[in-house]
Design a protein around this ligand. Structure first.
Ligand SMILES: NC(=O)c1ccc[n+]([C@@H]2O[C@H](COP(=O)([O-])OP(=O)(O)OC[C@H]3O[C@@H](n4cnc5c(N)ncnc54)[C@H](OP(=O)(O)O)[C@@H]3O)[C@@H](O)[C@H]2O)c1
Length: 322
């Protein structure tokens, strides 16, 4: 399903304080967003669980992303014109799951409303569905609904997969291709993957930040290779000689769990594989981002996958209390 809808009249900007808030300015998409905002002359405040990741003389004001402190969240959002929300959890781990992430998102939206935030630009996922058996996609649909019920003007952007910057997924495919003699592809690998460059997503978010009507749009790039085509392109880009072998889709998550355990990480969950294989990382509509994944791969082959990007260390490390 391709989504591109706008509802309600465009309302005028009431007050522009020049200050916007971004969740996760030292993580992945939030970093690209914060950088695009500061480049465009906006002041940026971030809500984050990782304040220690700020580097050098960062112009970004830092506040905690603490969902247990509603009063603190409201205070952190006071004076903010637009909240750019990237908050979500990739998979359930330790004490956090998707149900909790839905509640946390609701808490954040309510705090934004109480603080007088004018606009929320929210990053979601392609094909969210209340009826999905996958908690990630069901949770995302519930968050979109909670956002619509908040009463603040909003835009939802739905990417399938992000690339560029210090993204995990393509980097770690490249890392595996550089090191292993074989790379396991689940099933025929003919499911399509429609990525968007993280900077294109950031620019789309900024554009949506200036609008004042409610909208829901896919955030997708111009190319939609099959998974096998994507892995083959990465293999060429990093000059790997790894052989692609097809394994039954049912056992791929087991392979992934074993390799992930060896790396002290979660490589790809069963749900993530099922979502990809079920076509949820693809859309057929027009591109909303310009960067071609194939061009980007050619340019970044020499550095892609040189170091492993560990998702558990990024988001569930002991020092952050998660
Ligand atoms: N990455 C992709 O390929 C992709 C594809 C499709 C859709 N999306 C969507 O895009 C949005 C941003 O994704 P992203 O990859 O850019 O995320 P991210 O930067 O890694 O994290 C985004 C925000 O969520 C917080 N967060 C992530 N995991 C958490 C955890 N376990 N506990 C508490 N907070 C956590 C981060 O906190 P900190 O500030 O403390 O780091 C950050 O504020 C999400 O809504 C995601 O569903 C991403």
């Amino acid at each position: 399903m391709t989504t591109d809808s706008a509802t309600g009249p465009q309302s005028a900007l009431v007050t522009d304080t020049g200050l916007d808030a971004v969740t996760g300015a030292f993580s992945y998409s939030g970093r690209a967003l914060a950088s695009a905002l500061t480049d465009s002359g906006r002041q940026v405040r971030t809500l984050t669980g990782h304040p220690n990741r700020a580097t050098g003389e960062s112009p970004i004001e830092i506040r905690p992303l603490d969902f247990d402190d509603q009063i603190g969240l409201v205070a952190s959002l006071e004076g903010v014109t637009t909240l750019y929300n990237t908050y979500w959890v990739r998979f359930a781990h330790q004490r956090i799951d998707h149900d909790m992430a839905v509640e946390n998102s609701r808490t954040l939206f309510q705090a934004a409303r109480r603080a007088g935030v004018e606009r929320i630009v929210h990053v979601s996922i392609t094909h969210p569905s209340i009826d999905s058996p996958l908690p990630y996609f069901r949770g995302k649909a519930l968050v979109e609904r909670a956002l619509a019920e908040t009463g603040v003007s909003y835009a939802v952007l739905r990417p399938a997969i992000l690339f560029g910057g210090d993204g995990v997924l393509l980097n770690n495919i490249a890392w595996l291709l550089r090191r292993l003699p074989v790379f396991a592809v689940g099933g025929r690998g003919d499911y399509r993957i429609r990525g968007i460059h993280v900077d294109d997503l950031a620019q789309l978010c900024l554009q949506k930040g200036t609008e004042r009507f409610n909208s829901v749009s896919d955030a997708v790039g111009p190319e939609r290779p099959t998974f096998v085509e994507l892995v083959s392109s990465i293999r060429d880009a990093v000059e790997s000689r790894s052989r692609l072998v097809h394994v039954p889709g049912a056992v791929l998550p087991l392979f992934s769990r074993i390799v992930g355990a060896a790396l002290g990480d979660v490589l790809l969950t069963r749900d993530e594989y099922q979502a990809m294989a079920g076509g949820l990382a693809d859309t057929e509509g027009p591109a909303t981002g310009a960067t071609a994944l194939s061009d980007w791969l050619k340019d970044h082959g020499p550095i892609l996958g040189r170091t492993y990007a560990n998702e558990l260390q990024r988001h569930f490390d002991i020092t952050s209390g998660r």
